[in-house]
Design a protein around this ligand. Structure first.
Ligand code: COA
Length: 187
């Protein structure tokens, strides 16, 4: 049986089987520690009966007023455990936590080339509201889609603003790059 439990510091030394995936970002230790210290409830791991790490989700709650929301920083499942519904389950947990915190929405960024993940998020009810140019740096920089899930706690607010930022408008509008520079801690 799969166990879903809070991520612990020790797991950082055991998650190579998951993080070797090219679409899974690996951050520096302080980054993970910051999440463990500030948002431990948002950092959950799935473990197999034999103790192997199957996948994990890392996120946070941030913003204020109408912008108070949950954010998915990382979601990954080891290749041998995919298509079992694990990612959907981990997303569901993060959404439930966000709901308890009275978040207005959950958002995340995903590589535009990551069709599997984009399709999965669409299936889970996420909508695109933004394209951020060269969000991911590397040998060749890559754009990100900003996706959000409406917690339907109230009408209007941030979601109205998000709808205004229709992706087709944003692609022609360099102001989103300014948004990115202003929010360069917004990972
Ligand atoms: C994207 C990822 C997290 C999905 O994990 P997963 O546990 O296999 O996903 P689930 O089994 O919960 O799938 C949920 C739904 O997403 C869709 N989906 C997931 N993987 C898919 C695939 N390879 N092909 C087609 N649809 C897929 C399906 O609709 C699936 O529902 P279904 O199995 O009932 O049809 C996993 O492939 C992964 O870790 N990829 C590398 C890291 C990554 O891209 N993370 C997201 C970055 S933001």
């Amino acid at each position: 049986m799969t166990t879903i439990r809070p991520f612990t510091c020790d797991d950082l030394f055991r998650f190579n089987n998951v993080n070797l995936d090219p679409l899974t970002e690996t951050y520096g230790l302080p980054f993970y520690m910051q999440y463990l210290a500030h948002w431990p409830e948002y950092f959950q791991i799935a473990e197999s009966p034999s103790g192997e790490i199957m996948g994990y989700i890392m996120g946070k709650a941030e913003g204020s007023g109408d912008l108070w929301h949950g954010h998915v920083t990382a979601l990954t499942v080891a290749p041998e455990f995919r298509r079992l519904g694990l990612a959907a389950k981990l997303m569901n947990i993060l959404e439930e936590i966000s709901e308890k915190k009275r978040c207005y929405f959950v958002d995340l960024f995903v590589r535009v080339s990551n069709k599997v993940a984009v399709d999965m998020y669409n299936k889970l009810g996420y909508s695109m509201y933004r394209r951020v140019i060269e969000y991911y740096s590397g040998d060749v920089d890559e754009d990100a889609f900003g996706l959000y899930y409406d917690m339907q706690l109230h009408e209007g607010g941030m979601l109205d603003q998000l709808h205004l930022l229709d992706v087709h408008q944003v692609e022609d509008d360099l102001s989103h790059q300014v948004w990115f520079q202003d929010h360069n801690n917004y990972i």
